[in-house]
Design a binder for this molecule. Structure first.
Ligand code: IPD
Ligand code: CA
Ligand code: CA
Length: 269
């Protein structure tokens, strides 16, 4: 069990860390120092690295013995750790490197695999999405909830592509086509999975799916979407966990239909 006082300290620490990260991101936006990470499509900027460092410094100064699962750097502690912080200092790096103002900082706190607090801060729209387990989801302190649209023809769904250009890309494109063939109103590819998921929580998108995400991309968003009344599963319909990779998030109403259509693309190689 976690006490409300502990959770309050966790939230205040995360808010302080993401405010500092936002300063770093906005400061570096003009320098555009870009390094390639694994492939030429996977960029890392000086801002990713510095933001990661400031977030970790803030958290460690309050919680010196907590564990980390960070996108940047070496820290990848067990996803079942007693006190785990999952951090994506800059979600939307490709956008950032191109000056496209759609990116955020995602910070989640999990206890033994269960996310208890999530924060996604979009410094461009100045929208701070937060949720505590069991206490609802908020933008800048105002409660949010998923949309009520219940058919694909009135739905907009977001998606994303992992950096691979092989099977996953083809399956994503096949999924988009299959959704359109079933009457979907619109598809969006914003470039930040954490923002996509929070926009489902805020009722802007009816759903989101992506093949091969990492826990730092969706840990905070998953709690925020659930607390806003949304449903988060893997593509097979199993409850989403930090160990899942293929993600489906929705306002609940379109979930079964969306999964049924995505299932038809399973054999795309
Ligand atoms: C990426 C973004 C993107 C998604 C990719 C992620 P990054 O994260 O969330 O929208 O499609 O799969 O890896 O690299 O910008 O932190
Ligand atoms: Ca990311
Ligand atoms: Ca990132």
């Amino acid at each position: 069990m976690i006490t409300p006082e502990e959770l309050e300290t966790i939230e205040q620490t995360a808010l302080k860390a993401s405010a500092k990260a936002a300063e770093v991101l906005l400061k570096h936006i003009r320098t555009k120092q870009i390094y390639e990470k694994g492939s030429s499509n996977n960029l890392v900027t000086a801002a990713d690295l510095e933001a990661q460092e400031v977030i970790q410094d803030v958290i460690t100064s309050t919680f010196p013995d907590h564990s980390f699962y960070n996108e940047e750097g070496e820290d990848k502690d067990s996803l079942d750790s007693e006190n785990l912080w999952l951090i994506d200092p800059l979600d939307g790096t490709t956008n950032y490197a191109h000056g496209i103002p759609i990116y955020c900082t995602s910070i989640a706190y999990a206890r033994k695999g269960k996310v208890l607090f999530g924060s996604v801060f979009d410094p461009n729209l100045n929208e701070h999405f937060t949720a505590r387990a069991g206490k609802g989801a908020f933008i800048n302190g105002e409660r949010i909830s998923v949309s009520q649209r219940s058919s694909l023809k009135e739905s907009v769904i977001a998606t994303g592509f992992y950096y691979d250009r092989d099977t996953i890309m083809r399956r994503t494109l096949g999924s988009i086509e299959a959704l359109f063939n079933n009457g979907l109103r619109g598809i969006r590819r914003m470039g930040s999975a954490a923002i996509d998921i929070c926009w489902v929580a805020a009722g802007r998108f009816e759903g989101f799916f992506e093949y091969k995400l990492s826990p730092w991309d969706f840990a905070a968003g998953m709690l925020i979407a659930r607390e806003a009344g949304g449903l988060c599963t893997d593509i097979g319909g199993e409850e989403l966990s930090l160990k899942s990779r293929n993600i489906a998030v929705s306002n609940i109403f379109i979930h079964t239909e969306m999964l049924k259509i995505l299932e038809t693309t399973r054999n795309i190689k």
